[in-house]
Design a protein. Structure first.
Length: 155
């Protein structure tokens, strides 16, 4: 993603991982705005893209015998979006105990007016790829470092 966008002061943290998406007609529900399930799908997409950029794709998870699964999602819908609108999807690791779980945060911004339309977070838990049971994070998961925060920010 363009560095100028990543450095835009609209973000809750400095220079988050960002990609873009355009809302399709099929993403709109009967109320005429983007369906909530679409947002969750977009968050999963940007989380995987960020993880892959760190060298932790699904093949790496299989090789390590450990991967992260969602335990909890918290989403705050701040403004509606509509078909044809371009969104910037941002994510970063907020907390990581480097044992079993981490929190990833998200921010979605409408490109046309730079308005934040969604903030959210997911708690991810490390599990054994075969059994699905919780498993201590392998050393490779040190790549999931918590993101620097803006000075004076609670984010």
């Amino acid at each position: 993603m363009n560095d100028a966008i990543a450095d835009d002061p609209v973000w809750d943290v400095p220079a988050p991982f960002i990609e873009s998406a355009t809302i399709a007609d099929a993403d709109v529900d009967r109320f005429g705005h983007t369906n909530n399930v679409v947002y969750l799908s977009l968050l999963e997409r940007v989380a995987w893209s960020h993880s892959e950029s760190l060298g932790l794709d699904f093949a790496a998870y299989e090789k390590l015998g450990a991967g992260c699964v969602a335990r909890r999602h918290e989403l705050d819908y701040l403004a509606p979006t509509f078909a044809g609108e371009r969104l910037w999807l941002a994510t970063w690791v907020h907390e990581n105990d480097f044992r079993l779980s981490m929190w990833r945060r998200y921010q979605i911004v409408r490109a046309s007016d730079r308005k934040t339309v969604l903030r959210g977070q997911t708690q991810w838990v490390c599990v054994d790829m075969k059994s699905g049971r919780p498993k201590r994070m392998p050393p490779e998961f040190q790549a999931y470092k918590p993101w620097p925060r803006r000075e004076g920010s609670a984010q």
